[in-house]
Design a protein around this ligand. Structure first.
Ligand code: HEC
Ligand code: HEC
Ligand code: HEC
Ligand code: HEC
Ligand code: HEC
Ligand code: HEC
Ligand code: HEC
Ligand code: HEC
Ligand code: HEC
Length: 467
């Protein structure tokens, strides 16, 4: 054991060289399809020694927590893994060769053991490690979570296969912990597409990334991922949705694409100068305290309470720069993964632009927590109707969904400028009717000029417009 450790030292200094050799070896192995038996010859004497004890199914250890840690390592799986070229000692350099296996060494729990081993991946996978350290998962661990994943929760170091192997979607490591979301995803348009056609549609990491996973509602990461695949999406929506950029900004994609989802308005604390969501500092929990104090009966914040809360946050140094920014979202993480095909997506303007629209019946206030995930407090829905708070909301206001006539008029004016229809004493309803008529007219015109027989069905006509 001792001699092999000095050996390990030597090897470490020429790790770059070894990495190259291993990658080459891995390549050769994939191409030649060497069978496990032949490849076993590649195991070093030291590795074989470890496996002579550890390749046993029944070998276990009882931890202080009472958990049973299985110590069995399958030689076959190890030899077939991407880590064949690394030796046990590369990652297990902290074992004492003299006493190992003879003297019992106390380990408090599985999680503790994983935590003591977590740094081992850094040496050889620096980039992934750095990306991971910036993730919501790593932040949760820092904040004390015992459930957020370490590298070894998503990759078994003794059995890792190449990511290029397309496994069934149930093998995604994310499914283990986010079960409800996984079940919803597996049935939605991407899950189904993936099951049917292999790798073209995104799995979890396709929208959230695998290592630099961020809180889903923070920033534009997820939206950018959608638009990176669906490059035509902006143009396609522009055909019928005025000011598409603004709608995309103010509405998360699942709001329209998960047609059965419940929706809500989320008023987010936003730094108007820095142009980003306000985040609570680690170790300085103010949001919960303040919202609880402002809403002692837990009825939801009313207008006055919201107003004075905003003032308080500005006194922290915001100097009037803290504003509220509204966003329409679906109410649960599961609903965000019930995307349907485009024929079922919400197109009716009245879903939102109508007095008493369902989407505006639930309102919350959020600040980004230390790990980026939102901290939430309910707001009474009437607050959306009040002018005082509208002023602080600045900019988020869906026409017709609330009752303030003055703002309706202002927005109608903006509207008229934006889509240039003749001025007049129009009601909002009529205005949208005219937008629809205009689109319809354009559609018919497009059809008329198209060099093809008249469409036989509605569906064909739709395809023509959004081409
Ligand atoms: C003589 C048999 C034997 C050999 C050889 C052996 N182990 Fe073990 N190993 C054990 C036993 C027994 C335990 C459980 C010890 C306990 O209960 O504390 C163990 C425990 C472990 C653990 C769990 C953590 C710990 O420290 O208890 C790891 C990791 C491990 N061995 C890795 C290795 C590696 C790597 C090698 C080769 C360098 C190796 N073992 C060689 C018998 C062996
Ligand atoms: C790429 C790094 C790496 C290599 C190579 C490696 N291990 Fe491990 N091993 C780990 C990590 C990390 C853990 C802790 C896993 C966890 O968090 O549960 C571990 C855990 C173990 C355990 C405890 C049981 C378990 O699965 O958690 C044993 C036993 C063990 N390793 C033996 C070996 C042997 C024997 C070899 C060589 C054949 C080997 N390891 C090669 C990284 C490695
Ligand atoms: C939350 C689960 C998760 C965690 C935690 C995680 N990974 Fe991954 N990793 C994945 C998935 C999923 C892939 C598949 C590739 C992809 O979709 O980007 C992957 C791919 C990889 C790859 C192959 C990448 C490539 O594109 O060639 C390496 C290497 C890797 N991970 C190392 C690590 C290391 C080191 C850590 C710890 C710092 C880690 N992973 C933590 C889920 C995870
Ligand atoms: C001693 C260096 C070394 C250490 C330490 C190490 N790896 Fe690796 N790892 C490799 C090599 C070499 C490969 C195969 C070459 C490659 O990246 O394509 C590999 C491949 C992988 C892959 C598959 C990449 C792919 O292309 O599909 C994953 C996942 C992975 N490692 C995760 C881990 C995790 C998790 C840890 C920590 C428990 C770890 N590695 C520690 C050297 C190492
Ligand atoms: C097509 C892209 C896409 C795929 C694929 C996807 N997600 Fe999401 N995910 C989203 C969107 C969009 C949201 C909501 C973001 C928002 O609030 O705007 C979300 C939200 C989440 C959330 C936060 C939920 C909450 O409670 O707020 C988690 C956790 C999550 N996803 C995990 C997963 C997992 C696990 C998978 C794989 C089973 C997955 N996602 C697949 C797009 C995706
Ligand atoms: C070992 C368990 C585990 C695994 C595996 C795991 N996660 Fe998580 N994830 C968590 C925990 C714990 C949190 C913290 C929030 C919570 O408690 O739900 C979290 C948070 C998240 C969030 C932020 C939620 C929000 O409110 O915005 C996203 C997004 C996410 N995970 C996506 C993924 C993706 C994608 C994968 C696979 C690549 C994955 N997770 C794998 C446990 C896990
Ligand atoms: C206001 C509701 C609404 C919002 C917000 C919305 N969509 Fe859509 N989307 C639709 C409707 C309705 C269709 C179907 C249009 C048609 O068939 O004429 C559609 C169609 C699509 C299509 C299929 C395009 C095609 O013709 O093949 C994709 C892809 C798409 N949307 C992605 C997105 C993404 C990504 C986002 C978020 C950035 C988003 N949508 C936001 C309502 C919306
Ligand atoms: C990795 C690439 C990728 C990402 C990321 C992605 N999609 Fe898709 N999406 C696809 C593929 C592939 C299909 C199936 C083929 C098609 O219909 O375009 C699809 C289908 C769809 C459809 C059905 C289109 C139809 O014609 O009925 C909608 C709607 C959609 N995606 C919306 C989204 C939204 C919203 C997001 C982000 C939350 C997103 N997609 C992220 C690749 C992606
Ligand atoms: C899912 C809800 C939803 C649907 C469906 C929807 N909108 Fe909107 N719309 C909004 C929200 C929210 C805003 C406010 C955005 C802001 O000011 O931040 C908005 C703003 C607008 C604006 C003001 C843009 C500006 O320049 O200030 C117009 C015009 C508009 N919508 C027209 C339409 C039309 C026409 C339709 C139907 C084709 C439609 N919307 C469908 C939610 C929706």
């Amino acid at each position: 054991m001792k001699s092999s450790r000095t050996m390990g030292h030597l090897l470490q200094s020429s790790r770059a060289m070894r990495l190259m050799v291993t990658s080459l070896l891995a390549l050769v192995l994939t191409f030649v399809g060497l069978n496990a038996h032949a490849a076993q010859a590649e195991l070093s004497k030291e590795d074989k020694a470890c496996l002579s004890c550890h390749d046993k199914e029944g070998l276990v250890k009882t931890l202080e927590s009472g958990e049973i840690l299985s110590l069995g390592i399958s030689t076959k799986a190890y030899v077939e893994s991407m880590h064949l070229g690394t030796s046990c000692e590369d990652c297990h350099s902290n074992l004492d060769g003299k006493t190992h296996g003879k003297v019992k060494k106390p380990i408090s729990s599985k999680r503790d053991f994983s935590l003591t081993m977590r740094e081992t991946c850094r040496d050889c996978h620096k980039k992934k490690f750095t990306q991971y350290e910036d993730s919501v998962h790593a932040a949760s661990i820092k904040a004390g979570s015992k459930k957020a994943p370490l590298c070894s929760d998503c990759h078994n170091p003794h059995t890792v296969r190449s990511v290029k192997i397309v496994a069934p979607i149930t093998d995604t490591p994310c499914a283990k912990c986010h079960q409800d979301i996984f079940k919803a995803y597996a049935k939605d348009v991407h899950g189904q597409e993936r099951i049917a056609k292999g790798i073209s549609a995104p799995l979890c990491a396709g929208c959230h990334q695998a290592h630099a996973v961020q809180a889903a509602s923070l920033g534009d990461g997820v939206k950018d991922a959608c638009l990176a695949c669906h490059k035509e999406a902006v143009t396609q929506h522009k055909d019928w949705l005025p000011n598409t950029a603004l709608h995309f900004e103010a509405i998360s994609c699942p709001v329209c694409h998960a047609p059965d989802a419940q929706r809500r308005v989320n008023l987010r604390l936003y730094d108007g100068t820095a142009k980003r969501q306000v985040a609570e500092k680690t170790g300085v929990p103010k949001f919960q305290k303040r919202t609880d104090a402002a809403d002692s009966k837990d009825m939801g914040l009313d207008e006055r309470a919201l107003w004075s809360l905003l003032k308080e946050f500005n006194q922290d140094g915001g100097d009037g720069k803290m504003v509220l920014r509204g966003r329409l979202e679906v109410r649960s993480g599961v609903e965000a993964h019930q995307l349907s095909d485009k024929s079922k997506a919400i197109k009716d303007c009245d879903t939102c632009h109508k007095e008493g629209a369902a989407a505006f019946q639930s309102v919350t206030l959020t600040i980004a927590g230390p790990d980026g995930r939102p901290l939430r407090h309910g707001i009474q829905k009437d607050v959306l109707n009040s002018l005082t708070s509208m002023d602080s909301v600045r900019g988020f206001y869906a026409i017709g969904s609330t009752r303030i006539k003055l703002l309706d008029t202002l927005l109608v004016l903006v509207l008229l400028g934006a889509i240039s229809v003749p001025l007049g004493h129009m009601t909002i309803k009529r205005l949208f009717k005219s937008v629809r008529e205009k689109l319809e007219a354009e559609r018919l015109a497009a059809l008329a000029t198209a060099d093809q027989p008249a469409p036989t069905g509605h569906r064909q006509a739709d395809d023509n417009v959004s081409k």
